[in-house]
Design a protein around this ligand. Sequence first.
Ligand SMILES: [Zn+2]
Length: 412
Amino acid sequence: MIDNQDIERLKSRIRIEDVISKMGFSLTRKGTRHYCLCPFHEDHNPSLIIDTKKNTFYCPVCHTGGDAIRFVMKVEGKSYVEALRYIAGIYGMELRETSSDLSAEQKRQQDFKEMIRTQREAIVSIAHEHLFEEGNEAHAYLRSRGFSDDTLRLFHVGHFPQLSACGRHQEALQKSYDAKQIQGRIVFPWYSASNALVGLAGRVVDVRTKGVQLKYVNSSEKSGFVKGLNLFGINLATRAMARERKVFVVEGYTDAMAMHQSGIENVVAQCGTAMTDAQASILARYADEVVLCLDNDSAGIRAMDMAALKLLPLGVRVEILLAPDGCDPADLLHSNGEDAVLRWSQTDTHSLLDICLDRFRQASVLNPYHRRAALSKLISYLSLIKDSILRNMYIEKCVDVCPWLKAEELGM
Ligand SMILES: [Zn+2]
């Protein structure tokens, strides 16, 4: 059980409009009321009413209503206690457990989580301080790649020293898996949308360093960090995503940082994972349009297929922005500066479905087996489009491109 005083303290701070907008819904204000799209029924005109006086929400269409806690429970599928913790995260508050109510196992788990959290926070702060020490090699490297100190501070980037140099923290961190792994590496902390520190990644400063096996290491899943449930940079992107209803998805940590530094705030990075259901649903909550920034190679195409599979069924428009000739946004920042990154982000994107249609057009001159495979893929993409009008428009386009196709075959 959470300490009662803490619950009361939290409840007195909750403003329902803060919570709902922090969750990615865009609100329009009329007097003491706000309106947004109702997440509990298929809503096309904002019908959910948020009453800021009563601190409640109500949808006159599907008759769902309640307070902010209930809203979080229903949208996020959380229990009452989990919803309280989620909201506490939004307000940066900590909720203590009344320890007498916990079973020995629960107490052990809670202590473990608390220990991991404290260790990680210590690592981030030691690493961040170390990065800015006179003559730090990682700092010199990052600066040479074009990153400003403001960007490094914004993302809490650090350089974790050897454990033996951790002073008063050395003993506490001796048992930390994160600390052992991350020694001598550049540290990129991962935060949740509500700004809780959820995991760490460590990159070697110099890839030529002898004896280093892996360029990147991460906090372990055993310690509660699952990359596929998170998106790097989401804590810094939520406001711009909700405002523009659009998000750029880039490949790496430094790509997200390069975009931010160039003035594009609605950006997150996947950092080497194929898109998961959890990531897709986070993105769909904040944005109607996802721009995938991909390399124009087979890995890029695989990533695109995976993202399409996860995003199209959620009604999200998927656009593709091809990487600037043979480099990525971080390289572009390095070679041509912020303006070049900004200009690139504003270039025309290609709709995922158009790209798919193009691939189909190319395949259709090939032998029947290739044609058949391309047709299957096209049908599977089309079947993912929820909006039937849009789907029909694409079917017409397909028939235009390949007159031998029959609309009924594509219409499923
Ligand atoms: Zn509703």
